[in-house]
Design a protein around this ligand. Structure first.
Ligand code: ADP
Length: 355
């Protein structure tokens, strides 16, 4: 497709979504029942009858149901390609100078990492995003020059760790600073320049492997930290010479589950309090933006402080709320869906310039 045709198509697609919503969209994704859940004969509490229209019903016991509405609902049958197809227009807007934030929220074990990172055979949003950016950049190469770089960070107990740092530089304490133009960044972190998908896969693997270093249980550690991929785009319009800088955050959040009664002290309590604080801060920022409060509390957590440029104003936000279909997770499922419903009920900033 020629650039102008492609732009017209995107604009049409985007406006269709824009008509019903402002700058925030919420997609709900339900994972399949696991082998263990099937053998333990757990029932499914999710009714997908109207999933195509974004409706979802949760069977809360007996004949009672609770209904929810999202921009999209993915059933366990929807694959990574289906999911990315809907995220794609939002992703591409980073090439047009928008800041974007995509995050996966939910209880541990509901598929946040599967959606964002995916597996080698079933690559997720992170990889597909970069692949798509390279493809569109190539189509536009006569009109624009794009420089794309990536950083991979982890936030654990309110400490930022650079997952692309070599061991000698990784002990530095990382802080968030504001540039003279008002952008937020972390001085000293690795920004890896990438220009093809193979490089991207290697960089993402490097980040993913570094998450495991220094923790005795990899899965537990990653469920208690936020994994944040930042894609920075410098765009130069070759006709006018105009340059823009924008960034896209892709965030695999820490598990949103409440603390088990057996874990009320020690390290686990501290971790849980930090997770709680940052997820609440994320909710508070979104609600403050929605109600157009003059003070938006970005600085209440490292998570929201890092995301500051990509939440609010004319930036675009996409949330995946991940759920389990199993009756054993019902109360966490309802709590995630309630959080997501509150997020979806708001509009972040005025709908600004169209792409
Ligand atoms: P989380 O990051 O929320 O803790 P994971 O992404 O680790 O959850 O998913 C838990 C398990 O469920 C993994 O084994 C993952 O491969 C599987 N899984 C999650 N979502 C899906 C899906 N949509 N289709 C198939 N398997 C999935």
């Amino acid at each position: 497709l020629k650039y102008s045709e492609e732009q017209a198509k995107r604009k049409e697609l985007y406006n269709q979504i824009q008509e019903t919503k402002g700058n925030i969209r919420v997609f709900c994704r339900c994972r399949p029942l696991s082998k263990e859940e099937i053998s333990a004969r757990y029932a499914t509490v999710v009714d997908f009858n109207a999933a195509k229209d974004g409706d979802l019903a949760i069977l809360t016991g007996g004949s009672t149901k609770r209904s929810f509405k999202f921009d999209r609902v993915y059933t366990p049958k929807d694959n990574q390609v289906d999911v990315f197809a809907d995220a794609s227009p939002v992703v591409i807007s980073v090439l047009d100078g928008y800041n974007v934030c995509i995050f996966a929220y939910g209880q541990t074990g509901t598929g946040k990492t599967f959606t964002m990172e995916g597996t080698e055979q079933n690559r997720g949003v992170n990889y597909r995003t970069l692949e798509q950016l390279f493809e569109v950049a190539k189509e536009r190469r006569e009109s624009f020059k794009y420089d794309i770089s990536v950083s991979v960070l982890e936030v654990y107990n309110e400490q930022i760790r650079d997952l692309l740092a070599t061991s000698s530089s990784s002990s530095k304490k990382l802080e968030i600073k504001q540039s003279s133009e008002g952008f937020h960044h972390v001085p000293g972190i690795v920004e890896a320049m990438v220009d093809n998908t193979e490089e991207v896969w290697n960089v993402l693997q490097l980040g993913s492997n570094a998450r495991a270093v220094g923790s005795n249980n990899v899965n537990e550690h990653s469920s208690r930290s936020h994994c944040m991929l930042c894609i920075m785009v410098k765009a130069k319009n070759l006709m006018s010479g105009e340059c823009t800088n924008s960034k896209l955050w892709l965030v695999d959040l820490a598990g949103s589950e409440r603390l088990a009664k057996t874990d009320v002290q020690g390290e686990r309590l501290k971790e849980a309090q930090n997770i709680n604080r940052s997820l609440s801060a994320l909710g508070d920022v979104i609600f403050a933006l929605a109600t157009k409060t003059s003070h938006v509390p970005y600085r209440n957590s490292k998570l929201t402080h890092l995301l500051q440029d990509s939440l609010g104003g004319d930036s675009k936000t996409l949330m995946f709320v991940q759920i389990s279909p199993s009756e054993k997770d019902l109360s966490e499922t309802l709590s995630s869906l309630n959080f997501a419903t509150r997020v979806r009920g708001v509009e972040l900033g005025p709908a600004k310039k169209q792409i």
